[in-house]
Design a protein around this ligand. Structure first.
Ligand code: NI
Length: 179
């Protein structure tokens, strides 16, 4: 397991547009594994490559349903609206209210660069939108309604990772996690 340093808002790399991945190399596989390790270690639900200083179009997401790796992802469809609290590992300790589509359909490549499509609702739709924005240098703070507010993630930290269940209550606690 290798952890990478998470870049914090203010770092110029978080404002850059990332390049597509054109071939799968051992180095890129290692990057993806390190991104997953770094996301889990930070107790986040998503992480984009620029957040660890790499300008490649790669995101990892886990809303409690297992790891999702998306390479060169693109949103194909968006529907509906959800308004909810959003945070980011690149802005620890803060959150804000953001309106996102309640449903998205996206396409991406997997670790073997094979194309796949995924549909997400609720938190997954939110996480996909949030992470894909990072690939174009966009932080969620651009969309925050009202002020950012301070949050503590003590509750999230105390929650053991192996106790993810699909209950309302725990979905809510995933909701408060950073991406
Ligand atoms: Ni983020």
């Amino acid at each position: 397991m290798a952890l990478r340093k998470i870049r914090i808002m203010g770092d110029e790399i978080l404002t850059k547009t990332c390049r597509p991945v054109t071939d799968m190399t051992p180095r890129t596989r290692t990057l993806v594994q390190d991104m997953l390790d770094t996301m889990y270690d930070a107790n986040g639900v998503g992480l984009a490559a620029p957040q660890v200083g790499i300008l490649k179009r790669i995101v990892v997401i886990d809303i409690g349903e297992g790891p999702l790796v998306m390479i060169n992802p693109e949103i194909l469809e968006k529907e509906g609206e959800q308004r909810g609290q959003e945070g980011c590992l690149s802005l620890p300790g803060q959150a804000g209210m953001v309106t996102r589509p309640n449903y998205v359909k996206a396409k991406a490549l997997d670790l073997d660069l094979k194309p796949f499509e995924i549909e997400g609702e609720g938190l997954l739709a939110r996480a996909i939108c949030h992470e894909l924005d990072h690939l174009d240098g966009i932080m969620y703070v651009r969309f925050v309604e009202g002020e950012l507010f301070d949050v503590t993630d003590e509750e999230a930290q105390e929650e053991p990772e192996d106790e993810w269940e699909e209950t309302e209550e725990q979905e809510e606690s995933a909701e408060g996690k950073d991406a």
